[in-house]
Design a protein around this ligand. Structure first.
Ligand code: ZN
Length: 502
């Protein structure tokens, strides 16, 4: 076979992988949106079958041979050339997947699929005991998976690498260590000041009208409805079954309209990224995404940096008032802006303000590290959660539903994911600073309801690169430096100095 024929064969394999993972994702979407709880066992078997098939095909010895041949025969190219990167990434993906036996992968999918049902019930009833045996099984399997990746500096390294290619526990810890004291200090200064009034956000907002407003928001952001849809779930998420079907979900609460608004802005941010991935790289190793931090930087940028900004609401607030005249008619735009930026230590991560959010992540990282290092047991988690919340945020959740059971991630076996949210926050502000320096008119455009320059900039600088760069490579390419917490801290300090008169 010629080099070109081998390359075509590799891309055929990636095309097939995309078909299988897309089908698997569709099963997962249905599980979280429509499936009756009785279907859990069968769905677990279906998802494990598809996932196992994909894994088996991706890790067949002849695929490894094919990639090795390509690497040996590749013409002399610059290391940054598309083809050089494609083969290098295919090799990385193969080596990574081939470390895990297919039957282990299938077991993991089956176990996490059932755990999702148990978690839903445990969260609804605030009963950790229902979820505990599932999480124990997941943790055992996770540790076994980690062992396949030895040697490593830290057993958490292979886990974070699944969501953040190339990132290590030491790197994350050093970024968080630089961030933590500054976040705590900012919080302390804010707590000394009179609190802002957000009582308007706790009256009853008609759900059907909320739905209309949320649809409007996604449209305003530039979401392509012809290639997506918005549904409701317990825990909002975004999923894609290919470039042309990228779906978002949100959750409506009668007394908390801001929850759906910021969830929708967030998930649409994810979806815009997926809808903007390169078509040229699709069905190659460079397609898709390989950094959840970059993914979360898109969602957190839309949710917070844009979605909680004065300029954004200068345009949107009169529209929101027209949707909810009884709730917002007598609330000034200034009060609204301060209210949606209220800083208050809270129990729930996804409802957290920008000043406290990363502390929720640091708490989870600490617990995940302790679990992986065998320093704590699953049964101790509820109590540890409570004491860490007290230590980090000064509040104690009234029950496990608002404590250790609040997030879906562990039920899905996603130990190693949480740090990407905090990294995403940092990247979001780094993108924003660069964008404003490239396009200084953006704040004025936002105030006029024009968001297309933002999306165009993101498409050009971030989205279209798909998996071509790691997060650290991409931020260097776009902004000239690596992930740097200074920008985030400066952004927070400036914003809250004005709101809280620090
Ligand atoms: Zn997200």
């Amino acid at each position: 076979m010629s080099f070109e024929e081998k390359l075509a064969k590799l891309r055929e394999l990636y095309t097939e992988q995309n078909l299988l993972t897309g089908i698997g994702a569709l099963l997962g979407w249905d599980q979280q949106v429509y499936m009756p709880s009785g279907g859990a066992e069968t769905r677990g078997a279906q998802m494990a079958y598809i996932g196992g098939l994909a894994h088996q095909k991706a890790t067949a010895p002849e695929v490894g041979q094919l990639i090795d041949d390509l690497a040996a025969e590749i013409p002399d190219l610059d290391a940054d050339d598309d083809l050089a990167r494609e083969i290098k990434l295919a090799k990385r993906n193969f080596d990574h997947s081939a470390k895990i036996p297919t039957d282990k992968m299938m077991e993991f999918i089956r176990v996490t699929s059932l755990a999702h049902e148990a978690w839903t019930k445990a969260k609804t009833d605030s009963d950790f005991a229902v979820f505990q045996p599932h999480l124990e099984k997941i943790l055992d399997l996770t540790k076994e998976m980690v062992s396949f990746f030895a040697p490593y500096d830290h057993p958490y390294d292979p886990l974070i690498d699944m969501y953040e290619v190339g990132m290590t526990a030491a790197e994350v810890k050093s970024i968080f260590d630089a961030l933590r004291p500054r976040q705590v200090e900012l919080l302390r200064r804010i707590a000394e000041k009179p609190q802002v009034d957000d009582s308007f956000a706790h009256t009853e907002y008609d759900i059907e009208t909320q739905k209309k407003l949320n649809n409007y928001l996604a449209t305003l952001q530039g979401y392509d409805w012809n290639r997506g849809r918005l549904d409701e779930t317990v825990h909002p998420f975004t999923t894609g079954f290919g470039l042309d079907d990228v779906r978002i979900t949100t959750h409506y609460y009668l007394n908390m309209p801001l929850s759906a608004i910021f969830s929708t802005l967030h998930e649409t941010g994810h979806a815009l990224y997926e809808q903007g991935l390169s078509r040229a790289y699709h069905n190659t190793a460079l397609g898709g995404t390989n950094s959840m931090a970059v993914h979360e930087s898109n969602s957190r940028l839309w949710e917070n940096v844009i979605g909680r900004s004065k300029e954004f609401w200068r345009f949107l607030y009169p529209i929101a008032q027209a949707f909810f005249p009884a709730n917002l008619g007598n609330v000034s735009s200034d009060q609204f802006y301060r209210g949606i930026n209220k800083v208050t230590p809270s129990f729930i991560r996804i409802e957290a303000d920008e000043a406290t959010y990363n502390l929720h992540i640091m708490l989870r990282l600490e617990l995940e590290l302790a679990m992986i290092e065998d320093k704590i047991q699953v049964k101790d988690l509820p109590e540890l959660w409570m004491s860490k919340m007290k230590e980090y945020l000064g509040v104690t959740p009234p029950d496990d539903a608002r404590g250790v059971l609040q997030d879906v991630h562990w039920s899905g076996g996603m130990i190693g994911y949480f740090p990407t949210y905090a990294l995403g926050n940092l990247l979001a502000v780094q993108w924003w600073n660069q964008m404003l320096s490239d396009l200084p008119n953006i704040p004025d455009e936002m105030a006029a309801g024009k968001l297309d320059s933002i999306l165009t900039w993101l498409r050009e600088n971030v989205h279209r690169h798909s998996s071509r760069y790691t997060a650290q490579e991409l931020v260097r390419k776009v902004t000239g430096e690596g992930i740097n917490p200074d920008y985030y801290m400066n952004y927070l300090t400036k914003k809250y100095t004005e709101i809280y008169d620090l």
